[in-house]
Design a protein around this ligand. Sequence first.
Ligand code: TMP
Length: 238
Amino acid sequence: MEKKEQLYEGKAKQVFATDDPNLIIMHYKDDATAYNGIKKAQIKDKGELNNKITTIIYSYLAKNGIPTHYIKTLNEREELCKKVKIFPLEVIVRNYIAGSMSKRLDIPEGTKPSNVIYELCYKNDALGDPLINDHHAVAVGACTYEDLAVIYDLTKKINLLLIDLFKSVGIILVDFKIEFGRTNDGEIVLADEISPDTARLWDEKTHDKLDKDRFRRDLGHVSEAYQEIYARLERLAA
Ligand code: TMP
């Protein structure tokens, strides 16, 4: 399998074609951005750590019946994945209130809501990835209602599996963002990364933040937090 031209470059990753039209290579960078690209920096070893963390999480989800784009990890920064057409949607799951929901509705961070909260954002840089609802998603052509039913079903299962996984290593899964794509065979699968870039992860005992909020909020020890998440998951996976 041969690495070919770059198909796409995002804020934290690049996607390369391969000589197989059904496969792509995802490359993890150390670049970090926040607030829609206004804040930018490099986080030492982030690419390698997010690749390793995503590998452990995707392997665990696949073992538990979740269809994903992941095939195998090629090296410290690259994964071989199925080529998918990504739905232009960010699916956000909140088990505890934090971040934008805390600000928008003036609810203290760490509050546990009576129900799990699902949000959709429309992936559109020019619009700043606005929060939308199911009907907007269908109206703008991002997906169909049938697609959404599959996406929500998978998202609920993924949330339960991830809560368990992180609980077993002493971490509270506060919230996270996932994305879905459709393979060339028409299957809807989980795609993109799951890492401290895309989830809020708090230590169960101290409530220390072990995720990208350390970068967003200038809390320091960013790389160390990602390292800590990897170390705990690696021990479990070993
Ligand atoms: P928020 O509180 O800023 O809306 O973020 C909720 C969760 O989703 C948090 O874990 C960060 C993640 N997220 C992303 O990974 N990418 C994004 O573009 C957004 C808006 C959130």
